[in-house]
Ligand binder design. Structure first.
Ligand code: SF4
Length: 64
């Protein structure tokens, strides 16, 4: 099994929620948000990500 490269992941993470323990752990981040019918921060442009609305509806709206 591949090692998690969390420092490389962090360099590409646009999430502005600094207190999150899943930051840099993309598999945990994705699982958490999908289980809440959401997408992770990196699915959204920075201005939308900052609203913390990570819903599928917001994703479709901002990508349409
Ligand atoms: S997108 Fe969500 S789970 Fe991922 S680092 Fe940000 S707050 Fe944490």
């Amino acid at each position: 099994m591949a090692e998690c490269n969390s420092s490389k992941n962090m360099s590409r993470c646009n999430c502005s929620y600094s207190g999150c323990s899943r930051k840099g752990k993309c598999c945990e981040c994705l699982h958490y948000h999908l289980s809440n019918n959401q997408l992770p921060a990196c699915a959204f442009p920075n201005d939308v990500e900052k609203t913390y609305d990570r819903s599928f509806a917001r994703f479709v709206a901002c990508r349409s």
